[in-house]
Design a protein around this ligand. Sequence first.
Ligand SMILES: CCCC(=O)SCCNC(=O)CCNC(=O)[C@H](O)C(C)(C)COP(=O)(O)OP(=O)(O)OC[C@H]1O[C@@H](n2cnc3c(N)ncnc32)[C@H](O)[C@@H]1OP(=O)(O)O
Length: 252
Amino acid sequence: MNTLEWKQEDGISWIALSRPELRNAVNYEMMDELDEILHKIEATDDKIVVMTGSGNRAFCSGGDLSLFHSLYTEAEAYGMLSKMGQILKRIFLFPKPTVALLNGAAVGGGCELITACDFRIARRNTKFGFVQGSLEITTGWGGGTMLFERLKPHDAMTYLMTSQLFAAEKGFEDGFIHQLINDDENLEDGLRQFLNPYLKQSANVLSAYKKIWLNKFDLATFEENVEKEIRNCSKLWEKEEHHAAVRRFLNK
Ligand SMILES: CCCC(=O)SCCNC(=O)CCNC(=O)[C@H](O)C(C)(C)COP(=O)(O)OP(=O)(O)OC[C@H]1O[C@@H](n2cnc3c(N)ncnc32)[C@H](O)[C@@H]1OP(=O)(O)O
C-alpha cells in the first residue's frame, strides 16, 4: 500500500491515511486502497475499525486539490466525487463499528470522511470544518447527507452553511465528537480507554447492534440522497468561481 497503513491489534483494525506531506489528502490511489482494505477488513474477525491520519498535523485535508484541480467539467467532477462517495457509503454502512481518530485537522472531504464513521474521537486542540463552501462547492462525497443523520438539523446546517473551522471542544458540546483526548495524553492510550468497554463485547454482538442502527435506514432513499448531493456538487464544480477559489488555494 502506498497511501495507507493497515495494522491489526487486539480486535482493532487500524487504517492510517498516509500522505502526511499533503496532510493526507485523498487521491485516486488512496480511494482504491481504501476500497481494497475495507474488503479485507470485512472478512476478518476484527471487532472495530479505527481510521486515523499519519503525522500530527491532519487527519485528512480532503480531496487532493493539486490533482483534482485538473477536473474541469461536471462529468469529470462526477467521476471523482462518485468514486469516493461509494467508499463513504461503504464506511457508513460498514458491518462493524467505525471510529475516526482525529490526530489533527479534518477539513473539507476529510470532514465528510469522519462523518461517515460511527464515532469521532479527537485531540482537544484539533479543528474540523466543512470548508467546501469557501471553495464555492458543497460536500460532494455524501458527507452532507450523512451529517444530518449525526446531528440536529440546526447544528448540521451551521457546520455546512458557514464553512467554518470549529474547535474539537465545540464538536464535543454538539455531540459530533464523542471523546476528547488531552494534548499531553498519548492518542492511542486515550482511544483504547474509550474503546475498552466495546472491545469486551464479541464481534457478533457489535455487528448485530450496528445492524439495528442501519435497519433504521431506507437504503434506497439514503442512496438517492447521496447521489443528489454528488450531482449537485458536480454542477458547482464546473463553475469558474470554484476553479478560481482552488487557484487561490494552490497559489497562496
Ligand atoms: C473533493 C472533495 C471536497 C474537498 O475535499 S475540497 C478540499 C478541501 N480542503 C481544503 O481546502 C484543504 C485546505 N488545507 C488546509 O486547510 C490545511 O492544509 C490544513 C489541513 C488545516 C493543514 O494545515 P497545515 O498543517 O498548516 O499545512 P499546510 O496548509 O501548510 O499544507 C501543507 C502542504 O499540503 C498542501 N495541502 C494541504 N491540503 C491539501 C489538499 N487538500 N490538496 C492538496 N494539497 C494540500 C498545502 O498546499 C501545502 O503544500 P506545500 O507544502 O505548500 O507545497
